[in-house]
Design a protein around this ligand. Sequence first.
Ligand code: N2P
Length: 376
Amino acid sequence: MALRLPRRGRLAALGACLAASLGTALFAGAARPANEKVVNIYNWSDYIDPQVLDAFTRETGIKVVYDTYDNNEILETRLLAGRSGYDIVVPSGPYLQRLIRAGAFRPLEKAKLKNLGNLWPDIMSRLAGYDPGNVYAIDYMWGTTGIGYNVALVREKLGPNVPVNSWGVVLNPSSAAKLKECGLMMLDSPEDLIPSMLPFFGAKADSKRWDDMTLVTDALYKVRGSVRKFHSSEYIQALANGDICMAVGYSGDVLQAKKRADEANNGVEVAYVVPKEGSLMWFDSFAIPKDAPHPDEALAFLDYMMRPEVAAANTNFVSYASGNLAAKAHVKPEILNNPGIYPDEATMQRLSVNTAWDERTQRFVTRLWTRVRTGR
Ligand code: N2P
């Protein structure tokens, strides 16, 4: 398998075996034997068990070229530009919805997907909110946005009795200022932060009202000086190392930080919480770009990924819930029983889904976000 250098310089921690083949410009004019079978995948960083890719190649002879991103915007830009060269991409719900409307995907040839029956009907029907009739996409993983924290450092800074299970802990300026001392990071993603934090202001996660959205970005603007960095993947290692004490991040990524700290045995205890006011539940799904150069290999890859043991291997590795119901039988009990990964009923009640913004609203949000990021 070859790994393409991520455009923004982010490299998923896929292991040294992959790093060896970095830096090759693979799509543009790269010479390949005409009969070589390839699938070009563009997925979120820290989102797959690399052994699954190797096993797929061993079994099928299809080489995997794997490239990563850590936010939907870059994926959308590339797909809308056309000729991305990708055969499989993994947008989140609202982006899937928008890209379907823009004609970016080809319908799935379901006759070639014999493992479709393993998918989770409830998750697929939620995904149908973005992709009516489940024509273009199948769910890969789903998860939540919440607060990851270093238990000891946060207790030390905020005091033993301050609960961490509220968005107020990062949005209240005096609390954020204390967290600044031990390191606070947040996702660089208004499409996650705004719907996740809207319930804190008593608004619906999916509110399209500009006044509501501004409540969130005004609050973020006020605490921006306490945020070390807005970034959508660096917080994993920073939390694991104890370099920061809190991150507003994605469920599985925080739990990967916990796993790294536990494995390093460095005394760092990382925890994840969905704030009591509520947050966002999102779905990331596989889709095949309209101009994918290798659609048959893409379908072979999707069918492989839908095998229960394969889907479970990925969930066990990345700590996100799988969209595959049959996989549950192979998921490790500590993952299945972790409400941060497979939310329990009480957590479910606090979670909401969101849908795509229209273009005008998207431009408005981009302006709001620039102000949060740059202060201007
Ligand atoms: C994987 C992050 C995926 C979650 N690192 C974003 N929906």
